[in-house]
Design a protein around this ligand. Structure first.
Ligand code: NAD
Length: 497
C-alpha cells in the first residue's frame, strides 16, 4: 500500500515512523497509509523553515507574489485531478470538491496582492524634521493545523498569505484525507517556492504538540473542533505565541413568515445536506417563526430529502457522498437515536442507508427532525452530518434569543422579505458571519472568516485583512534628519509638539 509522505525542505520523505490508514469512505476500504510524524521529524521541518526564512523575508514582496501567480495557474490546470483526490479520501462529490478548490484559489489570488497589502502606513512631518511610518514585518516560522472537511481550501486560507507576507510555514494537515493537501503543496514548489518555506508534516497529537511547544514557531493557525481549538489556544498563548483557533459550529437559519419559501427550501437543501453536512458553515437548525412556516417548510423539505441522490463521491451528478469515517457515521447515527429518544419527531430517517455496489461505504441518508427543543443534545451539540433540526418559535425576537444563547456563533442566516427584520437581525445577532437570504455566508477572500463565542479563540479572523495582520508584526519607526548646523537642546519633558 502506498504511503503519503512528508514534504520537508522540498523533498518527499518517509521516516518509517508510526502510520495510520487512509480510507475511501465510499467503499470503506483503506487505500493508502499516512506517516505520523514524531517530534524529531517535526523539528526537522522547523529547522528547515528557520534556515529558509531570512532569505525569503528579504525577497521583494512582488517576487513572492509572482510565485503565487504561478501557483494559481497550476491549481487551475490541475483542478480535476485535485477534486478526484479530495473526493476519494473525503467522500464529498466531485463538484463540491472542485468548489472548495475554487474558494481556496481565491485566497491565492488575495496573496498575489502582497505588495499592495504590505505597503504600510506613512506620515511625513509628525514633528520638526521627523517622519514616521509603520511596517508590517513577517513573524518568522508559523504553523497551521487543519481539519479533514476542507483538505484543499482551509490550508489555502493560511499558507499562501502567510508566505506572501514573508513567513516560512509548517502545515500539519488532517491525517484522514492528506493526499490532496500534499499534492497542492508540491504544486507551490513547482511554481518556484524556495525549499523550506512550506513544509508539510503529517501526524496526530504528537506532531501538533511538537509545534505548540517549539519556541521557533511564532504563531499557530488552527481550524477544527472546539475542544482542540481551545486546547491549542490555551497551550499556544501560554507559550507567548500568537494563536487563531477556529472551532465548531451550530448554524441556525431563521425562516420568517414572509420568506420566499421555495427559494429558502432550495437554499436549505444545499446548506444542510451538501458535503453530507460536514461543513462548519452547514445549516443544522431551521428556526421557523410560526407553525404555519414550519408546517409548510417540512412539507416541502420531506420529499426533496427523500429524493437526494447519494452515492460514491467520485461518481458524477450526485447531491451527497458518504461521511468521512466509520466513526463519524456511527456518531451521527448515535445522535439520530438520541433525538428520537429525547422526543423529537423524526420526519426523515437516514439511518441504515445503503448504496448498491458500495455496501461498505459510510453512508447516512438525509435526516430531518421536527419539534426539536433547546435542551436536546441534537440541538446543543454539533452533529456534523446530514441532519437538519426544525425548532418552532413565535417571534423573531425569540429566534434571535435562541441563537444568541447558543454556545457557538459561527454562521447564521435569515430568510425574509422584510428589510427591517433583516437589519435588526444583522445588528443584534451574536454570530460572526451573517447571511440575508444567503444560506452559507462564507466571506470572500478579501474579507475575513471567523465565528464568535466558542467558534473562534483569538482576536483575528482567518485570511483577508485579518490574515495580513495575523501573519505580520507592526513596527513603528520614527525618524529625524536634523538640518545641518542646527543644534537641538536636550529636552527633559515628554516629547510633544
Ligand atoms: P479535529 O479537531 O478532530 O482535527 C483538526 C486537526 O487537529 C487535525 O489536523 C487533527 O489531526 C488535529 N488533532 C486532532 N486531535 C488532536 C489532539 N488531541 N491534539 C492536537 N491536535 C489534534 O477536527 P476535524 O474532525 O478534522 O474537523 C471537523 C471540525 O472542524 C468540526 O468541528 C468543524 O466545525 C470544524 N471546522 C471549523 C471551521 C471553522 O472555520 N470554524 C472550518 C472547518 C471545520
Amino acid at each position: 500500500m502506498s504511503i503519503v509522505q512528508h514534504l520537508i525542505h522540498g523533498e518527499l520523505v518517509t521516516k518509517g515512523e508510526r502510520s495510520a490508514d487512509v480510507f475511501n469512505p465510499s467503499t470503506g476500504q483503506a487505500v493508502r497509509k499516512v506517516e505520523l510524524a514524531s517530534r524529531a521529524t517535526v523539528q526537522q521541518a522547523i529547522d528547515s523553515a528557520k534556515a529558509a526564512f531570512p532569505a525569503w523575508r528579504n525577497t521583494p514582496p512582488a517576487k513572492r507574489a509572482q510565485v503565487m501567480f504561478r501557483f494559481k495557474q497550476l491549481l487551475e490546470q490541475n483542478e480535476a485531478r485535485i477534486a478526484q483526490m479530495i473526493s476519494e479520501e473525503h467522500g464529498k462529490t466531485l463538484e463540491d470538491a472542485a468548489g472548495e478548490l475554487k474558494r481556496g484559489i481565491e485566497n491565492v489570488e488575495f496573496a498575489c496582492a502582497a505588495p499592495e497589502v504590505l505597503k504600510g502606513e506613512y506620515s511625513r512631518n509628525v514633528g520638526p524634521n521627523i517622519d514616521a511610518w509603520s511596517d508590517f514585518q513577517p513573524l518568522g516560522v508559523v504553523a497551521g493545523i487543519t481539519p479533514f472537511n476542507f483538505p484543499a481550501m482551509v490550508p489555502l486560507w493560511m499558507y499562501p498569505l502567510a508566505i506572501a507576507c514573508g513567513n516560512a510555514f509548517i502545515l500539519k494537515p488532517s491525517e484522514r484525507d492528506p493526499s490532496s493537501t500534499l499534492y497542492i503543496a508540491q504544486l507551490l514548489h513547482e511554481a518556484g517556492l524556495p525549499n523550506g518555506i512550506l513544509n508539510v508534516v503529517h501526524g496526530d497529537k504528537e506532531a501538533v504538540d511538537a509545534l505548540i511547544e517549539a519556541p521557533e514557531v511564532k504563531a499557530l493557525s488552527f481550524v477544527g473542533s472546539t475542544p482542540i481549538a481551545e486546547y491549542i489556544y490555551a497551550e499556544g498563548t501560554k507559550r507567548g505565541k500568537r494563536v487563531q483557533a477556529l472551532g465548531g459550529a451550530k448554524n441556525h437559519a431563521v425562516l420568517m413568515p414572509d420568506a420566499d419559501l421555495d427559494n429558502a427550501v432550495s437554499a436549505l437543501m444545499g446548506a444542510a445536506y451538501g458535503s453530507c453536512g460536514e461543513r462548519c458553515m452547514a445549516i443544522s437548525v431551521a428556526v421557523c417563526v410560526g407553525d404555519q412556516v414550519a408546517d409548510a417548510l417540512i412539507a416541502k423539505l420531506e420529499p426533496q430529502i427523500k429524493a437526494l441522490k447519494i452515492g460514491a463521491g467520485t461518481s458524477c451528478g450526485l447531491d451527497m457522498g458518504p461521511l468521512v469515517t466509520a466513526a463519524a457515521r456511527d456518531k451521527v447515527v448515535g445522535y439520530i437515536d438520541e433525538g428520537v429518544a429525547a422526543g423529537a419527531r423524526l420526519v426523515v430517517d437516514g439511518r441504515g442507508y445503503r448504496v448498491a455496489g458500495n455496501e461498505d461505504g459510510y453512508f447516512v441518508g438525509g435526516t430531518l427532525f421536527d419539534n426539536v427543543t433547546p435542551e436536546m443534545r441534537i440541538y446543543k451539540e454539533e452533529i456534523f452530518g446530514p441532519v437538519l433540526c426544525v425548532v418552532r418559535v413565535n417571534s423573531l425576537e425569540q429566534a434571535m434569543q435562541l441563537i444568541n444563547d447558543h454556545e457557538y456563533g459561527n454562521g447564521t442566516c435569515i430568510f425574509t422579505r422584510d428589510g427591517e427584520a433583516a437589519r435588526l437581525f444583522c445588528d443584534e445577532i451574536e454570530v460572526g458571519m451573517v447571511g440575508v437570504n444567503v444560506p452559507l455566508p462564507v466571506p470572500v477572500a478579501y474579507h475575513s472568516f471567523g465565528g464568535w463565542k466558542r467558534s473562534l479563540f483569538g482576536d483575528l479572523h482567518a485570511y483577508g485583512p485579518d490574515g495580513v495582520r495575523f501573519y505580520t508584526r507592526r513596527k513603528a519607526i520614527t525618524q529625524r534628519w536634523p538640518q545641518r548646523a542646527s543644534h537641538e537642546a536636550s529636552q527633559f519633558a515628554f516629547p510633544s509638539l
